[in-house]
Design a protein. Structure first.
Length: 346
């Protein structure tokens, strides 16, 4: 049977992630791996569970997936413990960000673990939110995770390693001279690296044909997802996530280009006659539907597009938008806070 991609990866892949995880679990600690969608979420899960099974650190490894398992996670763990009383158990929780009432759940899991200290450990895999909202990933009265590791976008050297592993596995051919170009295009984002390499190898595309990459379904999906992240969170957090550099510039040149030209499909459909700038600002307001967004945040978003736009110009543009879009949207000026967009029922 053909080996899976993750089974071909060396144990020190992901910057010695397995070593960090196994050291925590060996001492009966709990660990959370935080990785943004498109940065290798599925690969991390398969890689870690594969290594843990291979090295037999636990008698039993059970996976809880809130997108598939209907049972409450606490009931899931209770049932597992009762059926495997004399075994060392690792419980891997996927998509932890999707669990409701996380703090209550973690408090209960911690109590269960206290009652079965010698044989239960937890490995959670989540999106980027533990880095931004760490309190949501603790119990109400106790710290649940001994450690939380956030996987940033790959460095240049890590990108070169990834290109080597995927080209060897899939049989793709990538010129080493293109490695740095791929890194700059992708910003070290795993999904983008993978599909750039596929396009270059299978479609005989050169690393300079950015228009081809932008049309790739998987790449455009990731760019759209990341654009919404760029719009939604403050610039200091974008830097923490590794999406921007210290100058507030988007690292991936593909993402930078996509972001600079981003327009909401709804805005294009409803108001095709708006100017490009008006459409962009309305798109930003729409992403914050029913939430307040400050004028400074809008300016911050525009600044990431390397556009020069004063606060006064923004104010005047939004004033025009209020009148031009009043049949579909109500744009409210929230005193000393910013603007709030509400959709009108047509």
């Amino acid at each position: 049977m053909e080996d899976s991609y993750t089974s071909t990866l060396p144990q020190n892949y992901f910057n010695d992630l397995y070593l960090k995880v196994s050291n925590v679990l060996k001492h009966r600690g709990n660990i959370c791996i935080s990785v943004m969608y498109g940065f290798g979420n599925k690969t991390v899960f398969n890689f870690l569970t594969g290594q843990l099974e291979k090295n037999r650190l636990f008698d039993k490894i059970a996976v809880y997936d809130p997108t598939l398992d209907r049972v409450d996670p606490v009931k899931f763990v209770k049932s597992l413990i009762s059926k495997n009383k004399d075994e060392n158990i690792l419980i891997v929780i996927r998509f932890f960000e999707q669990i409701k009432n996380k703090r209550n759940i973690l408090e209960k899991l911690r109590n269960l673990q206290g009652q079965n200290l010698n044989n239960v450990s937890f490995l959670a895999i989540s999106d980027h939110t533990p880095l931004l909202n760490p309190l949501d990933y603790s119990g109400k009265t106790t710290i649940f995770f001994s450690e939380c590791v956030y996987l940033k976008p790959l460095t240049l050297n890590e990108t070169k390693t990834m290109i080597k592993t995927i080209t060897e596995y899939f049989g793709w051919k990538i010129n080493k001279r293109d490695h740095q170009k791929i890194y700059k295009l992708s910003g070290g984002i795993g999904r983008i690296i993978k599909y750039i390499c596929r396009e270059i190898s299978e479609s005989a595309t050169s690393a300079g044909q950015t228009d081809v990459f932008m049309k790739n379904m998987q790449i455009s999906f990731e760019l759209d997802y990341l654009t919404k992240i760029l719009i939604a969170i403050p610039k200091n957090q974008l830097f923490l996530l590794g999406l921007t550099d210290k100058n507030n510039e988007i690292k991936s040149t593909l993402l930078r280009s996509y972001f600079k030209n981003y327009l909401s499909a709804e805005v294009i459909e409803r108001y095709p006659n708006l100017s490009f700038t008006e459409s962009r600002i309305l798109s930003f307001l729409l992403e914050y539907e029913n939430e307040t967004i400050s004028l400074e945040k809008i300016a911050e978003i525009i600044d990431m597009s390397t556009e020069n736009f004063s606060l006064w110009a923004l104010y005047k543009t939004i004033s025009r938008l209020k009148n031009k879009t009043k049949k579909s949207f109500k744009i409210i000026n929230v005193k000393n806070k910013g603007y709030l967009l509400e959709k009108l029922i047509c």
